[in-house]
Design a protein around this ligand. Structure first.
Ligand code: ADP
Ligand code: MG
Length: 265
């Protein structure tokens, strides 16, 4: 048995490989002591760790674990999952939408970090809480799926009313820019959350496609736990990536790329 752990800012991702079976588990980063206590019941050579909290985790262990740099681990895991899932890409951007968002160019000889943005899963939860007082992740994301962005977000077509816009009218001109035009309407919690997810998805996609263009890549692979229970985020990112002329990809268990990759570095 081998155990790969990616201890991130919000979640601890665990991949257990035993003969030919692979198991995926997630814990909150606040459960780091619990995870360390479990690891301390296992022989040390079995586990490999990575992520921003890998050092704190290592300090809680009875022995020195094998540590790797999280960007390299995510790259390795993404490569493994792409291959297993029959997606053949040589050169691509991968965007890790975690607590924050980190963007990388992946090539034969490894990855290079080419961008990042502070919008990500942390913003969905934090701004989502400020707007709705909901702290439970599943409750927040379930509610957001039913939201209507039309009265909150200003689209290009809203500005170019009765005229032909020079760019797609469906593009967002101003996130939250439609609110003051619709003060006679009721903004529900679901609507507000859907618009937060829209802003996060669109900003993450915008930075991703800009670096894809800069580095002459056509494909963008989106990973990270922020897509968990959030098909709306995936839809925003997919539609916007395609609208801008690039190819989006998602992986089953993509959120575990780092935890898996750390086993193979
Ligand atoms: P990190 O490596 O920074 O911990 P992840 O890739 O694990 O980042 O993504 C963290 C994000 O995933 C959170 O900000 C949140 O949007 C989302 N998420 C998914 N599942 C949960 C959960 N059970 N609890 C809290 N956040 C979750
Ligand atoms: Mg992470």
């Amino acid at each position: 048995m081998r155990i790969g752990i990616d201890a991130g800012g919000t979640l601890i991702k665990v991949v257990i490989e035993d003969n030919n079976t692979r198991t995926y588990q997630t814990y909150l980063s606040t459960q780091l002591e619990e995870v360390a206590a479990w690891l301390n019941t296992q022989p040390c050579e079995k586990f490999h760790i990575t992520g921003g909290k890998a050092k704190i985790l290592n300090d809680l262990l009875n022995c020195e674990a094998q540590m790797s740099i999280e960007f390299d681990a995510a790259n390795k895991g993404t490569q493994i999952l792409l291959k297993e899932q029959g997606i053949h890409l040589d050169r691509y951007i991968f965007t890790n939408v975690g607590t924050g968002t980190s963007i990388h160019l992946s090539e034969h000889d490894g990855q290079k970090r080419v961008g990042g943005i502070g919008t990500g899963g942390g913003m969905i939860r934090g701004l989502g809480y400020l707007l709705t007082q909901i702290s439970d992740y599943e409750t927040l994301t379930n509610l957001a799926q039913k939201g209507n962005r039309d009265i909150i977000d200003l689209k290009v077509k809203h500005i170019y009313k009765n005229d032909t816009p020079p760019i797609s009218g469906e593009l967002t001109a101003a996130n939250f820019g439609h609110v003051l035009h619709n003060l006679d309407q009721t903004f529900t919690d679901a609507d507000k959350l859907a618009s937060v997810i829209g802003a996060v998805g669109e900003s993450v996609t915008t930075v991703s496609i800009h670096v894809a263009r800069e580095h002459h890549a056509e494909d963008v692979v989106y990973i990270g736990s922020s897509f968990h229970n959030n098909p709306l985020l995936q839809k925003v990112v997919t539609d916007y990536t395609i609208l801008r002329g690039f190819k989006p990809h998602y992986l089953d268990n993509g959120a575990f790329s780092g935890a898996l990759g750390t086993l193979y570095l």
